[in-house]
Design a protein around this ligand. Structure first.
Ligand code: ADP
Ligand code: ZN
Length: 621
């Protein structure tokens, strides 16, 4: 038998066309190929799939991949088929004949990989089939679904513990991109991985640029962002409600964007159609609730915008993590307001989780607000949350344009006492009116024009006070309470008032981030083109060729070649098949299938250029 690592490397080069393993891939693959259990925690885009695909190829029998979303299995199967591998999915959406055939192939060991949902896997009949089939391994994808501490608990996943009992000799590898400490522990215990190894890669996604800005005119902020930074790109815009999904998608359409809605209130066919278009087009924007995205592994999503704050940092990190899986530059923009925080608190309070769970959720929301108001590097805050130490990243809004801070001690005291004097039951709008001494009927009717904080805040404007209140909430000195988000003083807030400790806060900034830089981009095209500077016409011609090949086979374009491959082709312009095969991401199967077609595109492009130059020479004569 060959030494697994060498055999693995050979497969990586031949099948996938990649020159080297990344990070811990080689180690994980050697471990699993040797038949041992593993828990793999790696960020999105880190290359988790190879960690079970290559061992499935190296070990005898079929690799069984358990994945929660049947809607996306087919794309994964298509991608593997393009690589020349024998892959299939098995699910309830398939015709009975196809199911029977796939089962036969499993039994005969005639597949490299098979994808199943946990519901299917757990059927007695299916388990019986597996018991009489040669199995290479079980891969449990999105393993955080096993845990109640995770943010996407799925009851079926907990039953996967039976794999250890019924198939003690088949190695199990559980993979996820998001799991905090308790979730990790839960996964390892529930899936009986205690005898295996845990591989934790850093959480960082260095190619994603994080920006969090105050929401003032969300539609205009969104449109400006798309026009300036991503005029021709694919992206996801997250909204809180179905209604705002529909309205935003429609409005973007009137502004000349290709935008599609996606939410759980739509008919299943409409949702599936929109998802399909998003996966298959090059420049479509998906406007969605969080119902959209799990398991979406479209590599070229260039931006993720949140029009409302998400529930917590895990959710935010996972949702933004859908951008830039291909490693090319991507943007994550979050617009936030205190109203959103109030609403999220209400969702938690009104939910039917037990009190202890609600407390955890409130704390998680506080951590998110802290991130929003942070004056230090966003990435540092994010990574620290997941337990990774890091240094300022240079690729987030606070690094690129460090916020100014000011001594807010006195202002914060005024703001907090204003809440106290009015009975801790009013929201920001009202409190600011009182501080500014607005002549307002409501204020007079409550007698609040008579209290000591009435009109004592004229040194700051309305927007500055709003920003200050948000930061006090983020620091948990005040907390929104009750149905209308009246601000209550927390024990920490009381301690602050008593101690009179100095407090520095970030100064309100009127302008959004790095607009100048983004403007420059627009002139030349989408962000990745500007960063990589390929031959633009050739890049466009190759994208067109890719789309044509993809449509003919009804598969997503990135399944043919990733954007990164096209960029490299457009930069290097290989003239022979063997030179083309040297490009990272072009393995043997794809070279045979598409090499000639892309060589022709490059060749024609060169000829066009020569002719054009000759033409202009003639004109010059
Ligand atoms: P994850 O499942 O962790 O989000 P994927 O397995 O989808 O990530 O991998 C992300 C991208 O990186 C894919 O396009 C994959 O082909 C690519 N990739 C994985 N491993 C390597 C490697 N060793 N070298 C180059 N590209 C890789
Ligand atoms: Zn930073």
């Amino acid at each position: 038998m060959t030494n697994p690592p060498d055999a693995a490397l050979e497969l990586l080069r031949k099948v996938y066309g990649y020159p080297e393993f990344r990070g811990q891939q080689a180690e994980i693959i050697a471990h699993v190929t040797a038949g041992k259990n593993a828990f793999v925690l790696m960020p999105t885009g880190g290359g988790k799939s190879l960690c079970y695909q290559i061992p499935s190829l190296l070990r005898p029998g079929v690799g069984v991949i358990i994945s929660p979303l049947i809607a996306l299995m087919q794309d994964q199967v298509d991608a593997l088929t393009q690589l020349g591998l024998r892959a299939a999915a098995i699910n309830s959406a398939m015709a009975p004949g196809d199911v029977a055939q796939t089962k036969r192939r499993i039994r005969e060991g005639a597949l490299d990989l098979v994808y199943v949902a946990p519901e299917r896997l757990l059927m007695d009949e299916f388990l019986a089939l597996l018991r009489e089939s040669p199995l290479a391994l079980f891969a449990i994808d999105e393993a955080h679904c096993v845990s109640q501490w995770g943010h996407d608990f799925r009851p079926h996943y907990t039953q996967l513990s039976l794999l250890a009992e019924q198939f003690p000799h088949v190695p199990r590898v559980a993979l996820t991109a998001t799991a905090d400490g308790p979730t990790r522990k839960d996964i390892v215990e529930r899936l009986h991985l205690t005898d295996g190894r845990t591989f934790v890669a850093g959480f960082d996604r260095p190619n994603i640029r994080y920006a969090i800005v105050e929401k003032n005119e969300p539609r205009q902020q969104l449109l400006r962002f798309i026009r300036e930074s991503h005029p021709r790109d694919c992206g996801i815009v997250y909204c809180l409600s179905r209604k705002s999904v529909d309205e935003t998608a429609q409005w973007l359409g009137t502004q000349g964007c290709t935008a599609l809605p996606y939410h759980a209130g739509m008919a299943a066919e409409d949702r599936a159609r929109n998802q399909e278009r998003f996966l298959r087009d090059d420049n479509t924007i998906m406007v969605a609730t969080i119902a959209f995205g799990m398991g979406i592994d479209k590599p070229d999503v260039r931006f993720v915008v949140h029009l409302n704050i998400p529930r917590n940092i895990e959710a935010y990190y996972q949702e933004t993590g859908r951008a830039g899986r291909d490693g090319l530059p991507a943007n994550a923009l979050l617009l936030y307001s205190l109203q959103d925080a109030v609403q999220q608190r209400r969702f938690i309070d009104e939910g039917d989780a037990p009190e202890a769970q609600k407390r955890i959720e409130h704390q998680k929301l506080n951590a998110l607000l802290g991130l929003c108001e942070s004056a230090v590097c966003r990435r540092q805050v994010l990574l620290e949350y997941f337990g990774d130490a890091s240094t300022p990243c240079g690729n987030c809004d606070t690094c690129l344009e460090p916020p100014l801070t000011f001594d807010a001690t006195v202002a914060a005291q005024k703001a907090i006492s204003c809440s106290y004097r009015t009975g801790e039951r009013f929201g920001v709008g009202y409190l600011v009116d009182v501080l500014l001494g607005e002549p307002d009927e409501r204020i007079t009717s409550f007698g609040h024009d008579q209290i000591s904080t009435y009109g004592i805040g004229k040194e700051l404007g309305r927007i500055e006070w709003q920003s200050l209140y948000r930061q006090l909430v983020a620091l948990h000195l005040l907390t929104p309470d009750g149905e209308y988000g009246g601000l209550r003083i927390t024990p920490q807030g009381l301690a602050f008032l008593k101690s009179k400790a100095p407090l520095h806060l970030r100064q309100h900034k009127a302008r959004p981030v790095s607009r100048r830089r983004d403007r420059q981009r627009t002139a030349a095209g989408s962000a990745i083109e500007v960063e990589n500077n390929p031959d633009h016409a050739l890049f466009a011609a190759m994208k067109a060729k890719r789309l044509q090949l993809a449509r003919a086979q009804n598969v997503p374009p990135y399944v043919i070649f990733h954007g990164r491959v096209l960029l490299e082709l457009a930069a290097r312009k290989p003239a022979t098949l063997s030179a083309l095969g040297q490009i990272s991401g072009i393995g043997q199967s794809k070279l045979e299938r598409y090499g000639a077609a892309f060589l022709a595109v490059i060749g024609n492009h060169e000829t066009d250029q020569l002719l054009a130059e000759a033409g202009s020479d003639l004109v010059g004569d």
